[in-house]
Ligand binder design. Structure first.
Ligand code: NDP
Length: 316
């Protein structure tokens, strides 16, 4: 039978490109889990995705109620779940004041990490029930959360500290909106921190569930897709210069189509079944197991992050 893959944030950029790449194989039905139904419908049509090869379902990761509702709707639709891709993200690089999710958590960490944390935890049951030969749960990482690389060392550097801000609920008022508890808000750092959370969560899922369930847990850095909507809030000069900078100087640039193929590989390639891996691609577009920074692979921090996140999303 066809596999069923849920991709969050499939309305643009990498998520859309991967949705298209998977649907085109004919082997996958793609559930596009998105906050803007109309935008997603237009995007899927615009990308030339064949009718019937995808289903759009509403999911706003900035609301934990919406996450729970999505899971209910998905289950009611009666489809199996064979692969889940936690791809959606927001990036507010120039923000100096926080914004908040429906549940009152700082937006970057609330959407990129907490919303996905709840979604992944709830849908684990569904993945477990699937009879698909290779079931996978994939969470997008980023080089920016990787302080062992050049790009990961561009300030402000990611750093979760002792997670005191997260434990305090990332509320901002009378507390901190930053995971490490800093008083001042930095949107660029909040994004990088959220990506570290994504990579730590993938590894903790692997430690807790891989042996018992056989599910493959993986993360990836798809390359720098400098043209996506992710950079929409950046200053205009940055948006103008970033793509050529990545193309010609760092040579880390990848097109949306190429990045979509990479993510599709992590979903479906029979050779990428190893669990607990952070995939990257070399200059010849060959995948390899990449090393994570010390913080992004710290098991003690991953455990602590897991426990605090469970409380914040109402699972503990
Ligand atoms: P885009 O901005 O193009 O796509 C982000 C997607 O997330 C959009 O579909 C957006 O929906 C969705 N989204 C944002 N907020 C929410 C929300 N509250 N609920 C549901 N969906 C939401 O970015 P990219 O394609 O570049 O990024 C995709 C992933 O790739 C991210 O995880 C990012 O961290 C990662 N990544 C990107 C890199 C790059 O160079 N671009 C490099 C490394 C990693 P909407 O269309 O409605 O805004």
């Amino acid at each position: 039978r066809q596999g069923v893959v849920v991709i969050t944030g499939a309305s643009s950029g990498l998520g859309l490109a991967a949705a298209k790449a998977l649907a085109e194989t004919g082997k996958w039905h793609v559930v596009m889990a998105c906050r803007d139904f109309l935008k997603t419908a237009k995007a899927a049509k615009g990308a030339g995705m064949a009718e019937g090869s995808y289903t759009i379902m509403h999911l706003d990761l900035a609301s934990l109620d919406s996450v729970r509702q999505f899971v209910d709707n998905f289950r009611r639709a009666g489809m199996p779940l064979d692969s889940l891709v936690c791809n959606a993200a927001i990036y507010r690089p120039t923000a100096r004041t926080p914004t908040f999710t429906a549940d009152g958590y700082e937006m970057s960490v609330g959407v990129n990490h907490l919303g996905h944390f709840l979604l992944a935890r709830l849908l684990l049951d569904d993945l477990q029930k699937s009879d698909y030969p290779s079931r996978r749960l994939i969470i997008l990482g980023s080089i920016t959360g990787n302080t062992n690389t050049l790009a990961g060392n561009i300030p402000p550097k990611a750093g979760l500290g002792d997670l005191r801000g997260l434990a305090g609920g990332l509320r901002g008022q009378n507390g901190s909106a930053m995971i490490d508890g800093s008083e001042s808000f930095d949107g660029a750092k909040a994004y990088k921190d959220s990506k570290i959370c994504n990579m730590l969560t993938m590894q903790e899922l692997h430690r807790r569930y891989h042996e018992e369930t056989g599910i493959t847990f993986a993360s990836l850095y798809p390359g720098c897709i400098a043209t996506t909507g992710l950079f929409r809030e950046h200053i205009p000069l940055f948006r103008l210069l970033f793509p050529p900078f990545q193309k010609f100087i760092t040579k880390g640039f990848v097109s949306e189509a190429e990045s979509g193929k990479r993510l599709a590989q992590v979903v479906s390639d029979p050779s990428l079944t190893k669990s607990g891996v952070y995939w990257s691609w070399n200059k010849d577009s060959a995948s390899f197991e990449n090393q994570l920074s010390q913080e992004a692979s710290d098991p003690e921090k991953a455990r602590k992050l897991w426990e605090i996140s469970e409380k914040l999303v109402g699972l503990a």
